[in-house]
Design a protein around this ligand. Structure first.
Ligand code: ZN
Length: 169
């Protein structure tokens, strides 16, 4: 569990203070919260309290894959006052700003990846579990030629897994 005290400082801060430029540079350098604030600004997003709170929960635990419902549960446990609709909106804003990548794994649920760089995934369908494939996990060659006037922007591979029947528990 990451430290939630900076998050609670955000939640209890008055809005004007929160949106003030983090002046007196240097003093706050190295604070993960001010890094997050800068990261949001660089991505063209105003660092509102909700974006900071959800961003703190999202990005504070390394690379991972989660749905809006999973993030909403974490927000509830951390006592962040947000609605599920706000969580959805924020995830989509972060995705448009390329802070997150949406994964096309499952038609019924959107998964978001906190590592927006191109990489491939294993998807354990029955459990809804997403795992990053190791770098050397796959080689994609012999791609078809793209249609006239187009170029390939990226290739994402999803390898779907299931547990072997009769496997040990
Ligand atoms: Zn991933």
């Amino acid at each position: 569990m990451n430290d939630l005290s900076p998050l609670h400082a955000v939640l209890s801060a008055r809005a004007p203070a929160l949106q003030a430029e983090s002046g007196a540079a240097g003093q706050r350098r190295g604070c993960p919260l001010s890094e997050l604030r800068d990261r949001l600004r660089r991505a063209g997003l105003r660092p509102t309290r909700q974006r900071l709170s959800l961003g703190w929960l999202l990005f504070g635990k390394g690379d991972r894959h989660l749905t809006a419902e999973m993030l909403y549960d974490e927000a509830m446990r951390a006592k962040v006052p947000v609605s599920l609709a706000t969580v959805y909106n924020t995830l989509h804003q972060f995705t448009e700003a390329r802070l997150l990548r949406q994964l096309a794994l499952d038609g019924s649920k959107a998964y978001f990846d906190t590592n927006p760089s191109e990489h491939h995934h294993f998807f354990l369908e029955e459990e809804g579990q997403v795992l990053d494939m190791p770098d050397c996990g796959i080689t994609v060659d012999a791609l078809p030629n793209p249609p006239e006037g187009m170029e390939i922007a990226g290739v994402e591979v999803i390898v779907r897994l299931r547990r072997r029947s009769g496997g040990r528990a």
